[in-house]
Design a protein around this ligand. Sequence first.
Ligand SMILES: *Cc1c(COP(=O)(O)O)cnc(C)c1O
Length: 382
Amino acid sequence: MSAMPDYRVWAEVDLDALANNLRWIRFGIGEERRIITVVKADAYGHGLPQIAGHLMQHGTDILGVANLGEAAAVRSIGKGWPILMLGACCSGGEFEKLCLDGVAATISGESEALELGRVAQRLDRQVSVHLKVDTGMGRLGVSPEGALSLARLINGHASLALDGVYTHLSSSEDDEVLTRIQLDRFEGVLSELTQNRLSVSHVHAMNSGGLVYEDRWVGNYVRPGLLVYGIVPSGRRRERGEWLKRLRPVLSLKSKVAFVKEVPTGSPISYGQKDVCSRTSVLATVCAGYGDGVLRSGGRRMEVMIDGKRCPVRGIITMDQMIVDVSEVPNVRRGDEVVIIGTQRGDGISAKEQAAAAGTIPWEVLTSITQRVPRIYRGVSV
Ligand SMILES: *Cc1c(COP(=O)(O)O)cnc(C)c1O
């Protein structure tokens, strides 16, 4: 792309697509539900400050983060914006920081609740708490059987406010039965809380997979990450909702051709010489490698786009460069744009496709893009 002559590999982040996705998710979930947009891990590699700022401008309700560093980054942009920390605090210092930054806590157990309560009391703060229930994920969360007594403890504490209750789905894309069991358990907890007159304002369970594949959306909030970035997670279950087709990928990953040469049959390619040309070939060296986040495990199954055509990656992907077979594309030259994720002349390669080539998931493809790769924002309203 001639407009960006100085970058060797870069990520284009389309903020209009982001706003479009938020609008369509809102449409999809209906007016009776609100949204916690998940911006952990540098907003899935898109750049946390820019993404959080844009989501605020376009009216997200709550931002979900993994840790307090991310919470502070969100806080520095939107002073009073509600933030939920999805992870747990690991130290007294973290409890203190959470209280001082006004971040809502995820609480999974009694000792955690009591420590948070003590710290909040000492600092003379009231802390918002979302109680997490483990319905089958086996990660954070109290057991469904223990939820009521933990809810009572939080509710009875002067410095803690029981504002939310949530759970996380383990298998929403693939397994209807496991998902149903999890949602049943969660609803069991909810009705127990209601019967005991514990009212909680924020109830949430649906991640992206849940929104795409499940028709029972439990809760008055939803909690998508991947969907916000315009990627519909693949799964064995059947997708629901026409609005999903309106989502657009926010991120493109691009690079450039650095060098082109024609080589004879039998020429070896890259480390270990594991790949060999079976005919006279034209090879392009591209300035992107695993040091930029192009997953090494994708080598030889991956394709990239050059001049609107798909070209196979050959040999092992190296730290800073990879080798692409451009034998089928006439006149490839140094400086030509290479699309690793995104579209070129109407055809495209998705993060999902690159994930499949690397034997992983699109979440990992996005969060693997390293700091060396500049993020270029498009559609910024100044
Ligand atoms: C990451 C995360 C999400 C978002 O997941 P997606 O699959 O990207 O939608 C939601 N809830 C919790 C607790 C998470 O950790």
